[in-house]
Structure formats: C-alpha cells, structure tokens
Design a protein. Structure first.
Length: 244
C-alpha cells in the first residue's frame, strides 16, 4: 500500500529539527510531506509525525520497516526520512520524544539505526554507510553527522555502552550515559571504526580502520588511528575518488 501524504513540515516540527542539529540550509531546501497512512491508530493518538522527502517513494521506505519500528507504542516522535531506506536492516525507536532525521539522498546499506527516548539521530546529508553501520543514540544522547560522511563497513557509533559500569566503592557511574556525538563535515570512518561516548570529530577527519574514538575531541583535518585513537598526521584532506 503506498504512503498517503498530507501537508508539509509544520512550524513546531521545523523548530524541533533545527534545535536537534539539522543543518538549516538542508532543512530549508528539503521538501517534506507528512504521512497520514498506513499507520496504526496509536501512532496518531500519541502525536507522532512521519515525514517523507518529496523524492522518497514507496520503495525507498518499505512499509515493513515502519511496522517493525518498535515493540510497544511511543509518543511525541518526529521521524524524517528524506533518503532511501530500502537497504536499512532496522530502524528502531526506543521511546517517547525521539527525533530522527535521515538526510537527503544518504545511503545506508544493511545498517541499523536506533533512537531511544528523548534522544536524537541526525544524519544531515550525503552520508554513505557502505555496509552494516550501527548508529545508536539513547538516554537522552545524540548522534549528529554533518554532510559528506563516508563510512566503511561495520562502523559503530553509540552514545552509551548500554550497561552501567560503576566505581565499586562510591557507586558512581564511570562509563558514558546520554553522551553527545558530533561528526563534522567530510569525515571518513575506516572499517570497524568505533565512535562512542562524548565525542567531537572535526571537519575533514580520517579515522583509521579499527580505531576507537571514545570521549575525545579530534581536531579538524587530522588522521587518527589506534585504541584509543591518537593523531598520526595533521593537515590532511581526502577525496572519495580513488586516483593516483
């Protein structure tokens, strides 16, 4: 059954997406239409909103992907699909107040996207996840990727470890909870790269294969490698073209 579309992006949701980290220029240039059906009754009762880009058709967003989005009803969710998700393995919403923006013409091959309650996933534009990327935001955390991402196979981006690690004497939590991750423009993540905890990856950064960036601020135009990641070269740039 094809998606039935109604009006465009309303002002409240536009403001919410901007506050969540969607690039204003991308949002202004992306024509979006709200989906009325086919959606379950609880979807509308809970004040949820699904928007599709005008150039996203019924094949680009399989109905099955939405039908398996959650194991239980949620409310106040804003989900924008402005790129094809026909090759996404799973798109899961973990609770109320989640905000997800999958930007114009990004490509996610075999990828898994999870957004927990009151959390945010913003993949602004031109995100190419070549195979089996996992993006996981939870506990009020956020993952924001600026335009021009290239992710090799098995990239793992997660705000949290999903289990509590604490100091045995004080009981204080040690590992991240509700962390915020930002990937700058034109970032290349190598195969099996891990980005987790509070992280800021600068513009033009290259993260080497199997490197772990955890709770770090990576300077722009650097190449980093290792676990934990360290700068191995400064003043770099990269191109998706494989030329001499």
């Amino acid at each position: 059954m094809p998606w039935t579309r109604a009006g465009g992006l309303d002002d409240e949701h536009r403001a919410r997406l901007s506050a969540a980290g969607v690039d204003p220029d991308v949002l202004a240039s992306t024509a979006l239409r709200r989906v009325d059906a086919p959606l379950p009754g609880w979807w509308h009762e809970g004040g949820n909103a699904l928007y599709l880009g005008d150039d996203v058709d019924d094949v680009d967003l399989p109905e099955k992907l939405v039908a398996t989005m959650s194991y239980y009803p949620f409310s106040d969710v804003v989900l924008v699909v402005a790129s094809p998700t026909n090759n996404v393995a799973s798109l899961l919403i973990g609770g109320d107040g989640a905000t997800v923006f999958l930007g114009p013409r990004s490509a996610f091959t075999g990828s898994e996207i999870y957004c927990g309650a009151h959390s945010t996933v913003v993949l602004t534009a031109d995100v190419t996840a070549t195979r089996c990327a996992i993006v996981d935001a939870r506990n009020g955390g956020s993952v924001i990727a600026e335009p021009g991402q290239l992710w090799a196979a098995n990239v793992y981006i997660a705000t949290d470890d999903m289990h509590r690690l604490e100091d045995a004497e004080t009981g204080a939590r040690i590992n991240p909870y509700g962390a915020h991750i930002r990937l700058g423009r034109h970032v290349w993540l190598g195969r099996d790269a891990i980005i987790t905890g509070h992280c800021e990856v600068g513009d033009g950064v290259v993260v080497g294969s199997r490197a772990m960036v955890r709770g770090q601020k990576v300077p722009p135009r650097t190449a980093v490698a290792g676990c934990p990641a360290r700068v191995i070269r400064e003043g770099v740039t990269w191109s998706p073209d494989d030329t001499p």
